[in-house]
Design a protein around this ligand. Sequence first.
Ligand code: SAM
Length: 304
Amino acid sequence: MSNEMVLPKVTKEFLKEHGIRIKKRLGQNFLIDEGILNRIVEVADLGKDDIVIEIGPGMGTLTKKLAQEVKKVLAIEIDENLVKLLKETLAPFKNIEIIHADILKINLKKLVTRLSGYPVTRFKKQADWQTGRLADKVKVVANLPYYITTPIIIHLLKAREILSKIVIMVQKEVGRRMVAKPRTKDYGALSLLVQYYTKPQITIKVPRSAFLPEPEVDSCVVNLEVLEKPAVEVKDEELFFKVVRAAFEQRRKALKNALSRTRDLRLSKKKVLEILEKADIKPLRRGETLSLEEFARLSNLLTK
Ligand code: SAM
C-alpha cells in the first residue's frame, strides 16, 4: 500500500468527507506544506532506535513521516474524532501508538516507561538517565496547539530527564522570546526558563500559508537541545524562578523596586540593596538587562 493511499492529502474536501469539523479552540491548524514537514523531520535528526513523542498528531501527516524514521511514535491527541480517524488511517503503521489524552495531564515519564518496557525505577534517579540507554532516545516533535504553548513547554521541561530534544512549531513571536538575549524586547521569563534547561535555536521560519486553516500568525520551528545539567548553577530553583518572575513582572522598573515590591519574595528594600551590592549588580538596572548568570548569582545570594 502506498503512503498516499494510507493518508491522502489534507484538504477541505478530505475533512468534509470524514466529517471532521475543525476546532479552533483546540488550536487545530493542520500543516499541509510537504517541504516544511520534511524539514521538521530533518531538524529532529531521527534514528532507527528513537522513541518520539508527538503532541497533537491532528490528521497524522507528521506522525506518518516520523514513524518511517524511528522505532516508536507515541502520539497524544485530545480530540476524540481525530483519534478515531487516526486509528483507521494509521493502522498500517505498527510502530505508532495513538493515545487519547490531554498532554498536560499525562505523566510522560510513566508513559515512556510503560511503553518502552523499562521499569519505573530507572526514572527515579537522574544519574540513571544521564548514563542510561533511554536518555538520548526520547525526542518530542510537534506542531503545538498554540493556546497552551507555555504550559506544554513547562510540562515537557518537568520531564526533561527523559528527553534529549524538543522540536516544536510555535508562534513566531514565542520562538523569538525563547531564544532572546538580555536587553531586547523579547527577553523575559520564558527566555530564562528555556535557556536554563536547554539550548534553543530557531530552525525553520514558517508562513501562515503552510497551514489549513491559515492561522492569524506566522510560525517557526524551534529546536531545544535539552542540557545534561542546567546552563548555570542554581542552589534553589524555585527561588531562582521567583526572582526571575519578580524582575519581569515590572520590567520597566529598576531592580531595587521590582524585587522589593513583590509579595512572592517578601524582601525589604534594605535587603534587596544589600544583595544587589553583593552580587555586583547596580540597583538601578532593570531585570531585562540581567543575564542568566546574573539571575543565578542573585538568587544564590538569597538562598539561606
Ligand atoms: N500535528 C498536526 C499537524 O501538524 O497538522 C496538527 C497540529 S494542530 C496545530 C494541534 C493539534 O493538537 C490538534 O490536533 C489538536 O486537536 C491537538 N491538541 C489540542 N490540545 C491538546 C491537548 N491538550 N493535548 C493533546 N493534543 C491537543
